[in-house]
Design a protein around this ligand. Structure first.
Ligand SMILES: NC(=O)c1ccc[n+]([C@@H]2O[C@H](COP(=O)([O-])OP(=O)(O)OC[C@H]3O[C@@H](n4cnc5c(N)ncnc54)[C@H](OP(=O)(O)O)[C@@H]3O)[C@@H](O)[C@H]2O)c1
Length: 255
C-alpha cells in the first residue's frame, strides 16, 4: 500500500504574505516541505531572505520578494514579477495583517482605522484579485485567507481589527462563489491565540493570558506550526471539494 499523494505540492508555486515570522513562516516551511516553490513575502526583504535561505538549506525551493500589501502599487509590482519569473501562481496565502491600536472602540483613531482597513481588507482583496487572474489563466488554484476567531467573536479592545477579520470571512465566500467556475477554491483559516510577536501583548501578560485560556478548552495557546497543517490541507488536493469554509484552529474557543 502506497502513502497518499493528496498533500503533495510538487510543481506548485505558492505565495505567502507575512512569511518572515510567526504563522506565515511556519506555513512557508510546510508548503515548501511538501514540494511547493514558496514566494516568501513581507514588507522587509531581510526577514524574508532569512526564511527563504532556511527553506533552501533544508532542500526546498523559495524566493524572497518584499511587498507591503497596504500599498496598491506594491501589489501591482509583485504580481508583474510573479508573472514574469514564474508565469503562474497556484496557491495564495493571505496571511499578513495589522492591528495597530488596542483601545476601547470609542477611542479608535482615524489613522489606525484606515491602516487596518487598507491592509486587512483592501490588501487581502486585491491580492486575491491579482492571484485569481493568474489562477484563472492557468485553470485554477487555491486561495487561503488567514482571518481570526475575532472575525466571529470580537476580541476586547480590538474593534476595527475584529471587523476587518469578519470582512475577510465574507470575502472568502465571495471569491469561493464567483471563482469556482475558474477552478479556484477560496477558504479561510481562523486561528485562535497563537504564540507570535503579533500576540505578544496578550501572551506575555499573565492576567490577560489566564482570562483568555479560561475560554480555550485545550487550555493553552497555539504554536505557529499548529496553523500550518490546516493551510496545507486547504492548499492541496486533499480539500478539492472544499470551498468557502472557515476552518477554526482555536483549541475549541468557538465551539
Ligand atoms: N497570533 C495570533 O494569536 C493570531 C490569532 C488570530 C489570527 N492571527 C492572524 O494570523 C496572521 C499572522 O499573524 P502572526 O501572529 O503570525 O503575526 P506576526 O508574527 O507579527 O507576523 C506578521 C507578519 O506579517 C508581515 N507584515 C505585517 N504587516 C504587513 C504588511 N502591511 N504587508 C506585508 N507584510 C506585513 C510581517 O513582516 P514585516 O514586518 O517584514 O512586514 C510578518 O512577516 C495575521 O493575519 C493575524 O491577524 C494571529
Amino acid at each position: 500500500m502506497s502513502k497518499t499523494q493528496l498533500f503533495d505540492l510538487d510543481g506548485k508555486i505558492a505565495f505567502v504574505s507575512g512569511a518572515s515570522r510567526g504563522i506565515g513562516e511556519a506555513i512557508a516551511h510546510l508548503l515548501a516541505q511538501q514540494g511547493a516553490h514558496v514566494i516568501v513575502s513581507s514588507r522587509k526583504l531581510d526577514g524574508c531572505q532569512q526564511v527563504a535561505e532556511a527553506i533552501v538549506a533544508a532542500g526546498g525551493k523559495a524566493t524572497a520578494i518584499a511587498c507591503h500589501i497596504g500599498e496598491m502599487d506594491q501589489i501591482g509590482a509583485v504580481f508583474a514579477r510573479i508573472q514574469e519569473e514564474f508565469g503562474r501562481l497556484d496557491i495564495l496565502v493571505n496571511n499578513a495583517a495589522t492591528n495597530p491600536q488596542f483601545c476601547n472602540v470609542l477611542d479608535t483613531d482615524l489613522s489606525a482605522f484606515q491602516k487596518t482597513v487598507d491592509v486587512n481588507i483592501r490588501g487581502y482583496f486585491f491580492m486575491s484579485v491579482e492571484a485569481g487572474k493568474l489562477m484563472r489563466a492557468n485553470g485554477g488554484g487555491s486561495i487561503i485567507n488567514v482571518a481570526s476567531i475575532n472575525g466571529v467573536s470580537p476580541g476586547a479592545y480590538q474593534g476595527i481589527y475584529s471587523m476587518t477579520k469578519a470582512a475577510v470571512i465574507n470575502m472568502t465566500k465571495v471569491f469561493a462563489k464567483e471563482c469556482a467556475q475558474f477552478g479556484i477554491r477560496c477558504n479561510a483559516l481562523l486561528p485562535g491565540l497563537t504564540d507570535t510577536k503579533f500576540a505578544s501583548a496578550l501572551v506575555k501578560n499573565d492576567a490577560i493570558l489566564n482570562s483568555v485560556l479560561q475560554q480555550v478548552p485545550l487550555k493553552r495557546v497555539a504554536d505557529p506550526k499548529e496553523m500550518a497543517g490546516a493551510v496545507l490541507y486547504l492548499a492541496s488536493d486533499a480539500s478539492s471539494y472544499t470551498t468557502g469554509v472557515s476552518l477554526n484552529v482555536d483549541g475549541g474557543f468557538l465551539s
